[in-house]
Design a protein around this ligand. Structure first.
Ligand code: DAH
Length: 356
């Protein structure tokens, strides 16, 4: 029995995997294993011998089973260790750098402008960039012979012979959205319309596509005083400092009276600084909406009145963030975009602040 014990305990200790352990189990303590064979011998023994050998054989069987179980779990532990070593992951390693996009200054400033004016009760309206010449001109009191049609360097859509749809243009300003909004909502109304506009023009401060934001407020008793307050509040919030404004009498076909608005700035050291100094910079056109424009929008000018304004968004971005050349806005140069772009998740809000 001692030989049997030594033979199997050694073999179990030396087993390299679970399959050889199983073979050893069958050979030692299986139904036809060596221990079972010995047990069968008990029948041939005298009762005295049996009383000694029976328990001994049972103890040997238990001992071998225990050794098998211990070896099995040792093999499992070793296999697990092996796996852990192979699949080890250093979670403290810094991540690989990922390419991050930025928000374009035009988008950023559009969000800023919208946040300020939305807080004053203006909602955002939209219109098509390919516009009929009626919305772009006639409805805004710019008749066919008016110089504004040529002054604006309009892009006309080419028409094939037999096409009897109304003539279309790339909208030269966001003002047609005034008409569309009035037609859709009626009065009273308070909307802004940011978006792309097009004119055939190209130099350091002009690109054939640029951005404007239109403002329109119509109610029973809206006056130039409301316009002035809205714009002064707007500029101060936008530039983060009190900004003086100057209203100059002007002319637009769609407003009467009309005013061009300048903001206070200094020109020291070759750079423009808004909100200081005694220089002036023209930034927008505005006025009281012309009765004919209200009519074109389906609103009774005897009952309603209000103001409108139109401002260049790209221009505002250049001023606020010190960007010198407008053309670079639309070059898609990655170095420029990374330099002047804004963090993607850092959305401008009144409570979060509008200055970066
Ligand atoms: N549409 C004009 C332009 O593009 C700007 C403008 C002037 C808009 C006066 C207005 C306004 O709403 O009242 O030059």
């Amino acid at each position: 029995m001692d030989d049997l014990r030594e033979k199997y305990l050694n073999a179990i200790a030396g087993a390299g995997d679970e399959a050889s352990l199983e073979e050893l189990r069958v050979a030692a303590v299986g139904k036809k294993g060596e221990v079972a064979l010995q047990m069968r011998e008990l029948g041939k023994m005298s009762p005295e011998e049996r009383q000694v050998m029976g328990p001994k054989l049972n103890a040997l069987k238990d001992e071998i089973n225990a050794a098998l179980a211990a070896k099995k779990s040792a093999l499992e532990d070793a296999a697990l260790d092996e796996r852990l070593k192979a699949e080890w992951l250093d979670v403290t390693l810094p991540p690989r750098p990922s390419q991050q996009g930025t928000i374009h200054p035009v988008s950023q400033v559009t969000e800023e402008v919208t946040a300020i004016l939305a807080d004053m009760g203006f909602s955002v309206a939209e219109g098509p960039q390919i516009e009929t010449d009626w919305y772009n001109f006639d409805a805004l009191n710019i008749p066919g012979h008016h110089p504004a049609r040529t002054e604006m360097d309009t892009f006309y859509m080419h028409r094939l012979e037999g096409d009897n749809r109304p003539p279309h243009v790339l909208r030269t300003h966001t003002s047609p959205v005034q008409i569309r909004s009035m037609q859709k909502q009626g009065a009273p109304i308070r909307v802004i319309a940011p978006g792309r506009v097009y004119r055939a023009d190209y130099d350091q401060t002009h690109t054939p596509m640029f951005h404007q934001v239109e403002g329109l407020a119509i109610d029973k008793d809206i006056s130039m005083a409301n316009l002035k307050w809205v714009l002064e509040e707007f500029f101060s919030a936008f530039f983060g400092t009190k900004v003086k404004t100057r209203f100059r009498a002007s002319h637009f076909p769609f407003t009467e009276p009309s005013a061009e608005v300048d903001i206070q700035c200094s020109w020291e050291g070759g750079t423009v600084k808004v909100g200081e100094g005694d220089g002036w910079l023209e930034v927008l056109g505005s006025g009281m909406v012309h009765p004919k424009v209200l009519e074109a929008g389906g609103i009774d000018p005897d009952e309603w009145q209000g103001f409108a304004f139109g401002m260049g968004i790209d221009r505002m971005a250049m001023l606020k963030y010190g960007i010198p050349d407008l053309r670079a806005f639309f070059d898609s140069d990655l170095r420029w975009l990374r330099h002047y772009g804004f963090a993607a998740l850092d959305v401008p809000t009144l409570h979060g602040g509008l200055n970066r």
